[in-house]
Write a protein that binds this ligand. Structure first.
Ligand code: GLC
Length: 748
């Protein structure tokens, strides 16, 4: 008989309480320690046998994981199993697009499938805990880790992060055996992506309103999706590093969100409190971390080294340690590790290449097309430093990626060429051999080869090492001599299709003007090649949408769509630097919020993406349900007193007016035109990816409650809380759009 959730819960609690009651202080502290192989092997194994390790990470392979697991289960006094963790970020042996590319799919169902397939692969190598998804909302593409998140929007990031959590944690059949899923670890809690200057690990200053409305919602959504763990972030948040941040780790995560998930540090983020300048020494760091309920110490060993002493000095209460260990035991219990600590040592089944292909296809964003795409019977030159790079197309954080599985664009075209090159002849001349290459010799060869081709496919962008952790860039132009190569290719007079593989938006405005078409593929993973072949030849119609704003120049950063209007918006095109009359009076050229070199418009806005067909959006219709006129206590309420009171139904029709059947992603944007605080120019509150056959029309409908429209602010009594001010007068603008656009008042 199925065990109901409540009795399962009490059964779980009984098990944990019983085990905890039998543990010594040393064994409890041992559970709070997570080590990786960079720790001396003999010492690590001795610590495991002494029961001083709760988790291992970066150990891969069922045999090796089982070997260490036997030490914990069969050689320690209580036999508490280890949990093996790994940075499984966007695939395992089979690599999916980087999460930024996954965000571009706007397809959470697909992303959940990808996460589930990833968990299935990782399980067969002994991995039961993934240090992902990263749900840091990113406004700054200089930051290397923008590659690892789902872009700049809290709603999109919330939806995609929750889908990944579900996908990882779903129970599933592996080799004819039903196994528990892999624990997700939602990171980095919190505010890490707001690092000043887009420089990794840097300081973050985030007011509570922005923390609550922008950076925390994806974590809350992941917790509500059942995430089994969260990871502290490296950054200091308003002067207090997250590992020691009681407001984040206890007030919000525990007391407000009521989460019983495990909170693990980032790599040594506990001992980092000393270089941060918060703590005098590692013992002080251990005290600050435990008092902020950081429960497991990744690689810092400060708990093993100092917690016993701190308890004996009565500076730490054992109850606090019990609370931390309870979270650790709960994660292991829910993974089924007490019943079945070992993983089968069968030959791992291959990953799902077909699924990886679909995700790669849906992650590519068509930014420009003058009609050259899709290709037809033409002789094609394949060129550029990323046309045939098995490793680079996988992107960052691919520890276990199997490059032998990679199919590059060149391979895809060579394997599948038929129909687009009657003589079956592809010309391949890389030009540059890697993205930072500055050697012009290759460019000349590519130019010579271009003379024999009808169309040039230029695969450019960033090598994998130029994005990811600590890989921040102060210049977002194409690296190396790729700009010069584009100039040379364009000078041949042949049409150039630019395919960009990168871990972030790049400032490619001039190249976009030069190109006949631009397809932004991010780092598409193992199947990037066939995905791009299918799109370029029209077998698949591109459906990706930008998950992040593409700035025209670095000087515009931070530039994101859901920004405030300011009191001096530049409604009309502002005067740019080259148009300013020499010697003109100071206030003669207007005063509004822009830069003399560029207006506020981006190169490409959030949510943007073209198709091979066209879509026509009907008028947005809004219907508001009757609002309850009285509050719970029977008194008349001027404003909605319940977040579910107000219900808005927003709809429109969308017609496919072109000749290709295709997917489109209508997006619901909202703006509150006045309130207790200024509100963004528009905010994404819903999206649906729908298939519309050529010539046909579909209706799309969204429903919103007051709570969906709520925002955080300090109420008059000084207590900050989440409030909503959905009033009956229509101070909201709603619009269902193909991409983000400021929703300006009707009279503007
Ligand atoms: C790194 C990253 C974190 C990762 C961890 C383990 O420094 O910040 O995202 O999961 O260490 O590799």
């Amino acid at each position: 008989m199925a065990v109901c959730a409540c009795s399962r819960k009490s059964e779980e609690d009984r098990f944990i309480d019983d085990l905890l009651s039998r543990m010594t202080l040393e064994e409890k502290i041992g559970q709070m320690n997570q080590l990786d192989p960079s720790w001396n092997a003999e010492e690590k194994e001795a610590l495991i046998r002494e029961g001083k390790v709760g988790s291992i990470f970066n150990i891969v392979g069922a045999k090796e994981v089982n070997r260490l697991q036997r030490m914990a289960v069969e050689e320690t006094r209580l036999g508490i199993p280890l949990v093996a963790a790994r940075d499984v970020i966007h695939g395992f042996k089979t690599i999916y697009p980087i999460p930024l590319g996954q965000g571009a799919t706007f397809n959470p169902e697909l992303i959940e499938q990808a996460a589930q397939a990833t968990a299935k692969e990782a399980y067969q190598y002994g991995i039961r805990w993934a240090f992902s998804p990263m749900v840091d909302v990113a406004h700054d593409p200089r930051w290397g880790r923008v590659a690892e998140g789902y872009g700049e929007d809290p709603y999109l990031t919330s939806v995609m992060g929750a889908a990944t959590v579900r996908g990882y944690q779903n129970d599933q059949m592996v080799n004819d055996q039903m196994v528990p899923g892999m624990a997700a670890c939602v990171k980095h809690f919190a505010g890490y992506s707001a690092s000043e200057g887009g420089r990794d690990y840097n300081t973050t200053w985030i007011p509570e309103t922005q923390l609550r409305d922008i950076y925390l919602p994806p974590f809350k959504a992941a917790v509500e999706a059942g995430a089994m763990s969260l990871m502290c972030s490296f950054n200091d948040l308003n002067g207090l590093p997250s590992s020691a941040n009681h407001h984040l780790n206890v007030d919000i995560f525990r007391d407000e969100w009521h989460s019983d998930a495990l909170l693990v540090s980032d790599w040594g983020s506990g001992s980092d409190l000393v270089p941060h300048g918060l703590c005098a020494d590692k013992k002080d760091a251990a005290l600050r971390c435990i008092n902020a309920r950081m429960e497991m110490d990744m690689q810092g060993n400060i708990y093993n080294d100092y917690l016993t002493e701190l308890v004996n000095e009565k500076k730490v209460n054992e109850q606090m340690i019990n609370a931390c260990v309870r979270s650790i035991l709960r994660l292991k219990y829910r993974l089924g590790l007490f019943d079945n600590p070992y993983v089968p040592e069968d030959t791992p089944a291959p990953g799902d290449a077909e699924l990886a292909l679909r995700v790669a296809e849906e992650s590519a964003v068509l930014l420009k097309n003058n009609g050259i795409l899709p290709l037809n019977d033409q002789i094609v030159l394949i060129t550029g430093p990323l046309a045939h790079q098995k490793k680079e197309q996988l992107g960052t954080w691919v520890f276990d990626g199997d490059t032998s599985l990679s199919i590059t664009p060149l391979m895809a075209f060579e394997q599948m060429v038929n129909g687009i090159c009657p003589n079956g002849k592809l010309i391949y001349e890389p030009g540059l051999t890697f993205s930072r290459d500055k050697n012009p010799v290759g460019i000349a060869k590519a130019v010579a080869a271009a003379k024999k081709a009808d169309v040039i496919l230029y695969f450019c962008g960033e090598e994998a090492i130029l994005s990811g952790e600590a890989r921040c860039r102060a210049n977002l132009d194409l690296p190396g001599a790729q700009i010069e190569m584009m100039d040379a290719l364009v000078a041949t007079g042949k049409p150039v299709v630019m395919i960009v593989m990168a871990g972030r938006p790049l400032t490619i405005g001039r190249q976009v003007d030069q190109a006949a078409a631009v397809l932004y593929a991010f780092h598409g993973g193992t199947m990037a090649g066939p995905a791009l072949y299918n799109i370029l030849t029209g077998k698949v119609v591109p459906s990706g949408k930008t998950p992040i704003t593409f700035p025209k120049m670095v000087g515009q950063i931070p530039l994101y769509y859901n920004r405030h209007n300011t009191g001096r918006p530049s409604y009309d095109p502002p005067m740019l630097i080259d148009s300013i009359p020499i010697g003109c009076p100071q206030f003669s050229i207007g005063q509004s919020s822009y830069w003399l070199e560029t207006p506020t418009e981006p190169l490409f806005p959030f949510g943007f993406g073209l198709s091979y067909t066209t879509f026509e959006y009907g008028e947005t219709k809004v219907c508001q349900s009757e609002r309850r006129s009285v509050s719970e206590n029977g008194l008349s309420a001027e404003r909605s007193v319940s977040p579910k009171d107000g219900l808005y139904t927003v709809s429109c029709t969308i017609k496919n007016t072109g000749s290709y059947d295709a997917y489109e992603t209508p997006q619901l944007y909202v703006r509150q035109l006045s309130g207790d605080l200024v509100r963004p120019l528009c905010e994404l509150k819903g999206f649906q990816k729908i298939f519309i056959p050529a010539g046909e029309t579909r209706d799309v409908t969204f429903t919103l409650t007051d709570d969906d429209l709520g925002y955080w602010h300090e109420s008059h009594d000084g207590l900050s809380s989440r409030v909503w001010f959905a009033t009956d007068d229509a101070d909201f603008r709603f619009a269902i759009l193909p991409y983000s656009q400021p929703l300006v008042p009707k009279d503007k």
